[in-house]
Each structure stands twice: as structure tokens, then as C-alpha cells.
Design a binder for this molecule. Structure first.
Ligand SMILES: C[S@@+](CC[C@H](N)C(=O)[O-])C[C@H]1O[C@@H](n2cnc3c(N)ncnc32)[C@H](O)[C@@H]1O
Length: 360
């Protein structure tokens, strides 16, 4: 089945719709927050919370309400705040469509709210926030990676909420620089038209389980960086072995290549690839390639002809204009072949590979 941002019918204004959290992410986050709370309850007998019936959650900037609706299925009560009046009305309509009776909508700037009073009134134990990362800069709409440029300002929001509600989950850009006392969880999934998407989720308070983690959706496979254990070093290989495996962005951004190498019994080839003599499957691999050879620019065509190549996918550090020119030049010389072949440019050396998951 193709990718759908929303699995249910949902209304929205253009910006509200575009900046809403996709269902694949919001459903995973809600489940994950509950799991994290349940782990705490198990660890701490004093923390005698009945997860489903006692806990309230605040969605600090709810937009068109997609996450609030998902949260309402897992939590006893949801307080959903947004400073945009029209968008909040849309969120209310969306909640009505899904018959969510346990959401209280508040039209306000989050910083004008008395969090202490609200926390007592609705038994708020968790806070969620997905600040707006699309901002207008010099008259243009851009996506910011800077936590102080989001709306609301992510740093100010965390400082405002966590003294009262320490258990907080915040969505940020996967390219954001974050130096805060939280778990950094990178979540990757395949979006519209197969586009690779990655978000950084920050977990504070009792929601924090480790320093860094990486998750792939929809499988929900997770790798965590365990700081308490002695680090086992994954072997490295300067040469590619029989197969190379492209590592998912969430693992690369979380710098968990070592952990993935050990988990999959592969060697580290470089920052973005593992390698092995064996064919291995993992949800943390973006693509899997069989290595067909290594050559130079000079004997590339000759080698490509030998393996019946017709189309090439060029990878590596290469400028877009040069990329197009090089692809056209190569393919013009390969008119007899049939196969789609990947070539990886690394300085003067070119690695030739076949994607073993794609059928032509
Ligand atoms: C990325 S959207 C949230 C999307 C939401 N998670 C969803 O799924 O629909 C961010 C929202 O933050 C709201 N916002 C920005 N600054 C705010 C503030 N100071 N207080 C409350 N809401 C704010 C914006 O109006 C916008 O609707």
C-alpha cells in the first residue's frame, strides 16, 4: 500500500495540514510514551499509576490536532493548546469527527498559561510539543534546524514546561543541534513518493531511557546507546566485502553504526555503509547491494558492459549538474544492456553494485 500521511479523514488549513505530524509518527509516539511510563511504573513500585485511567497529557501547540487525537486514545485526558484561533477550531472539528470527548481545547499562547494550575486540575503527568519548524525568513518559508527559531521557541518551551511537568516529549528537526539533558531518539520512515524522512524526538524526565536511540517505522525496531556497559568495538573493513548495506538515516544521525554492526554481525565500511560476506536483512538497512567490482573512471564503461548494465544510479559526493551529465554520458554508451547498476564514487575509485532488493 502507498504512503498516506493521514490514515483517517482529517481537516486542515494548508500550513496546518502540511505541518501536522503524520499518523505513522504520532501513533508510534503515543504508544512509545505509554511504554516508557509503564517501564517506570514497573521499576518503581511507589509509582503506582494506572496508566490508562489516571494520566493527563498536555499538547502544547496542537495545530490541527492530529497528535491530540492520537493521545486521546491512550491517555485519560488531553489538554490541547494553540495560539492560532482558526487552527484550534479545525482541531476541535477533527476531534468531533473522531468522537474524542476527553480533549479540552484552549485558545492561548502556551506561555500565558498557568501550567501549575492546569497540571493540578487535569492531573497532567506528561507534556508533548511539536513546535512549528516552518518559519518565514527574509520573506521566504524555510525549515529551521535552530531550536530557538521555532514557534514556539523550543528551548523556552522546555524551560517553561519541565519545572512543572518533567516528563516531556518534544519533536525537532533531525539536523538540530541539541545539548540538553534528554534522550535523543532519531525516527526514520518512508514518506510520500518514497521520500526518506527523519525526525529527532527529545525525551525528558522519566521518559528518558538512554542517551541516544534510533527507531525505524513501521517496524518500530529500536537500537539504544547503552552508556553503562563497556563498549564492544565493531570490526572495520577498509575494503568492501561481498555485500554492502546502506544504513538508515536514524542510525547515522544517532551515530549508532557500531551498535548496528554488532547487532547484524557486519563490519563497518564507512559512516553510511556496513559490509559483510553474508547476505543479511535488517530494518535498519536502507538498501542492500551485492558488490560487483571496483574500478576507475577509465575502465568503468568496460566493466559496466561486462555485467550487462543499461541504467546507472550514481552515488557519492558529486554536484547535481555533474551528476546529470555523467549519468547521460555513461548511459549513452550502454545501449546493449538490461540491468540497473549502482556506482559509488569515492575519490578515484568507483565501486559497482547491484541492489539485491530491487527487481528490474
Ligand atoms: C507544527 S504545528 C503542530 C502540529 C500538530 N502536532 C499536528 O499534528 O497538527 C505547530 C503549532 O504551534 C502553534 N504555536 C506556535 N507558537 C505557539 C505558542 N506560543 N503557543 C501555542 N501554540 C503555538 C502554531 O499555531 C501551530 O499550529
Amino acid at each position: 500500500m502507498g504512503y498516506k500521511k493521514f490514515l483517517k479523514k482529517i481537516e486542515g488549513d494548508k500550513i496546518g495540514y502540511e505541518s501536522a505530524t503524520p499518523d505513522i509518527v504520532s501513533n508510534f509516539l503515543c504508544e512509545d510514551i505509554i511504554k516508557r511510563l509503564m517501564d517506570n511504573a514497573k521499576d518503581n513500585i511507589k509509582d503506582n499509576i494506572n496508566i490508562s485511567s489516571d494520566i493527563g497529557v498536555i499538547d502544547c501547540c496542537c495545530g490541527i490536532g492530529n497528535v491530540s487525537i492520537a493521545l486521546s486514545k491512550f491517555f485519560n485526558f488531553v489538554v490541547a493548546v494553540d495560539k492560532d484561533k482558526e487552527r484550534l477550531k479545525i482541531a476541535e472539528r477533527n476531534a468531533k469527527i473522531y468522537n474524542c470527548k476527553n480533549i479540552k481545547f484552549i485558545h492561548s499562547d502556551i506561555f500565558s498559561i498557568n501550567i501549575k494550575d492546569l497540571k493540578e486540575k487535569y492531573n497532567l503527568n506528561v507534556a508533548f510539543a511539536d513546535p512549528q519548524r516552518r518559519i518565514i525568513k527574509d520573506g521566504k518559508i524555510i525549515r529551521t534546524n535552530n531550536l530557538t527559531e521555532t514557534s514556539p521557541n523550543t528551548i523556552n518551551l522546555i524551560n517553561f514546561i519541565t519545572p512543572e511537568i518533567p516528563n516531556m516529549c518534544v519533536l525537532t528537526s533531525s539536523n538540530a543541534e541539541v545539548n540538553l539533558p534528554c534522550e535523543k531518539e532519531y525516527v526514520s520512515w518512508q514518506g510520500r513518493k518514497g521520500k526518506r524522512e527523519t525526525l529527532l524526538v527529545l525525551y525528558f524526565g522519566n521518559l528518558k531511557k538512554c542517551e541516544k536511540s534510533a527507531v525505524v517505522l513501521p517496524s518500530k525496531d529500536k537500537i539504544c546507546k547503552e552508556t553503562n556497559f563497556e563498549k564492544v568495538e565493531c570490526e572495520k573493513s577498509e575494503k568492501p566485502l561481498k555485500y554492502i548495506y546502506e544504513i538508515k538515516d536514524c542510525v547515522v544521525k544517532a551515530e549508532l553504526q557500531n551498535e548496528l554492526g554488532i547487532l547484524t554481525k557486519c563490519k563497518i565500511f564507512n559512516e553510511k555503509f556496513l559490509t559483510s560476506e553474508n547476505e543479511i536483512k535488517s530494518n535498519f538497512f536502507e538498501n542492500r547491494f551485492e558488490v560487483l567490482g571496483i574500478c576507475t573512471q577509465k575502465n568503468l564503461i568496460e566493466n559496466l558492459k561486462k555485467i550487462n548494465a543499461r541504467k546507472v544510479v550514481i552515488r557519492g559526493k558529486i554536484m547535481p549538474e555533474e551528476h546529470k551529465k555523467m549519468k547521460n554520458e555513461i548511459e549513452r554508451k550502454l545501449d546493449g544492456g538490461k540491468e540497473k547498476i549502482h556506482i559509488f564514487i569515492n575519490g578515484k575509485k568507483i565501486l559497482i553494485g547491484r541492489n539485491i532488493d530491487l527487481k528490474i
